[in-house]
Design a protein around this ligand. Sequence first.
Ligand code: FEO
Length: 402
Amino acid sequence: MTNPLSIKIHDHLHYIGVNDRYTHLFESMWPLPDGVSYNSYLLDGGDETCLLDCVKIPSVSVFLEKLNEVLDGRPLDYVVVNHMEPDHTSSLPTIVEIFPDIKIIGNKKTVDFLSNFYDISDNILVVKEGDKVEIGNTSLTFYMTPMVHWPESMVAFEESTGTLFSQDAFGGFGTLDGAIFDDQINFDFYKDETIRYYTNIVGKYSVQVQRALQKLGGLDIKIICPDHGPIWRTNPGQIIELYDELSKQETENGVVIIYGSMYGNTEKMAEIIARSLSNEGVKNVRIRDVAKTPLSYLIAETWRYRGIILGCATYNVGMFPPMETLTRTLEKQKMKNHTLGIFGSYAWGGGAVKALKEFADKSGLDVLETIPEAKGTAKEEDMAACVQLGKEMADALKEIYG
Ligand code: FEO
């Protein structure tokens, strides 16, 4: 009889992950309209068994049902903790309670996390770069991938089948609805959610992602088993290429205009800039209201497009607060390869444009010269400045993309 709950990846490996359709905000910040999967794998070495990463605690009963189905009464000998973030470890104490003799495989940084998060300090097998651990008739080799996504993050490689257990790397948002493999899905459904996951969760560590990609480039990878999203058994190159592009911050020809406006004066300027961009032939132009569009999507779009234009109304002699939050977030994203335009408005004393200029000066991005600033609603000269800003952005894009 086939196992109805777990899914066989190959003769010695089963998928026993779970879908989360109950969490509204990942890390209490990032919307999950299409949910997320917490992937977990059971490696069967014959005499010995090994779990690779766990799942978030609310799903523990589904997880245990799948695990027990594959174990079929056998003990669980090892659990690999590739990444300590609780979406993968909050069910670990339950596993340890059920299998008190289990050995936990982690690195020296994992040890501190295990103690601080779960008061676990026994039966830990500490591995370092390149260490190989035999699991019955198979083995796992470990490679450190610090800051992809936490300091202790590491990956495991099973050489005989070329299977990489990559934890957060090569993952994305979106539940696995029936299909789990790349050749069973339409990746178009997942691509935007993978980009949003990358830019929201891992983007700021892109330098470390590039380091990890170079290190893993030497392995003969045939299957990628990440901790979120589809398993890549047919075309792992597709997800490696997407992560490579995202971590190199290869931007697209297009512009996202994000405005903060309370009564429409700054929004009016955004519309004029967008018209100017369109008149100059720029086809990918998106306008977003910073107060309405979740930060998660704004981060993904600013990462994606070469052109970013930020416009802000003055509020308490500074930026409209949602724009202040956005600019602070963008500062931490360590973004590059962007051209930045800024504009704004005020009612009696300025402040927003001055604050945007300070952000622009610190950003390290190419900043456009014209900075429209309207007192109240945009007048003729302000509208002309908005048209000019759009033209300068279009010219900058033409220089790069032709
Ligand atoms: Fe999926 Fe960084 O945890």
